[in-house]
Design a protein around this ligand. Structure first.
Ligand code: 6PG
Length: 249
């Protein structure tokens, strides 16, 4: 177990093992809370296998769908019908088949712009939470899923962008992305993402080796700064590990 605040590194064999381990952790978090559960999903390609698992046997039968709410940590500012829309991918992969419709909380994108979407989602989150200020003793989310981009971004918090420094607003509009898809984004901010019992990064594949090396070196990147107030886990597969430590764990 890592020291409080420090990420715990868990290395598994490959992308399939990574998705299974993530599914075990998600269902364990759900089981640990007998009341209303909130899970914050992520976009990108990394969580797709996990989403497939959660929507199929045996995982699906182990989730009490009537008490779990599903949010998203960032969104591409595209219509819900666009294949780039993060929540639409999660919906199509498992949520629409499994979760009650009013337990799925997408970031609205049929608005005047990313700032309006951010404001609307902040209100939705605050009304779910029951306050407009986060109480460190009362996490907003049971679990927050995250990914890391090639530039060290996480959610839609890109290195050097003012959104990374935001301490007041819960959700921000990001007019321009640093990496593809180059569409405006909407992102939860670091303090809001931190308000969880567990933050779980999924980092898999050889393409992630360069950025994982930088993250492990503790560079000042959003994916390093994103930490849960509870437990932070970097779940990685062997292919993503830097050469020097591959196979050594
Ligand atoms: C998004 C994401 C983003 C993603 C990383 C990793 O909207 O793109 O939420 O933060 O998690 O870019 O993406 P991959 O999983 O595709 O590598």
């Amino acid at each position: 177990m890592a020291a409080a605040g420090q990420p715990e590194l868990i290395v598994v064999a490959d992308a399939d093992a990574l998705a299974r381990t993530a599914a075990e952790r998600v269902t364990a978090r759900i089981a640990a809370n007998p009341g209303r559960v909130a899970i914050c999903l992520t976009g990108g390609s990394s969580p797709k296998k996990l989403y497939q698992l959660l929507g199929g046997d045996p995982w699906r039968g182990n989730i009490p769908w009537d008490r779990v709410h599903w949010f998203i940590g960032d969104e591409r500012f595209v219509p819900a019908s666009d294949p780039l829309n993060n929540m639409s991918v999660a919906r199509a992969t498992f949520l629409d088949r499994c979760a009650p419709a009013d337990h799925i909380h997408p970031i609205p994108t049929a608005t005047g712009g990313p700032d309006q979407s951010a404001e609307a989602y902040a209100h939705a989150l605050q009304s779910f939470y029951g306050a407009a200020r986060l109480d460190p003793t009362k996490p907003l989310f049971d679990m927050v899923l995250m990914g890391a981009g090639p530039d060290g971004h996480t959610a839609s918090l890109f290195p050097g962008y003012p959104a990374v420094e935001e301490t007041e607003r819960w959700v921000v509009g990001v007019p321009k992305a640093n990496v593809a898809p180059l569409v405006p984004r909407v992102s939860l901010t670091l303090p809001v993402l931190a308000s969880c019992r567990e933050m779980l990064f999924e980092i898999a594949g050889h393409d992630k080796q360069a950025i994982l090396t930088r993250l492990l070196n503790g560079e000042n990147l959003p994916a390093v700064r994103a930490r849960s107030n509870g437990e932070t886990v970097w779940l990685v597969d062997q292919a993503a590990l830097p050469e020097g430590i591959r196979g050594g764990r």
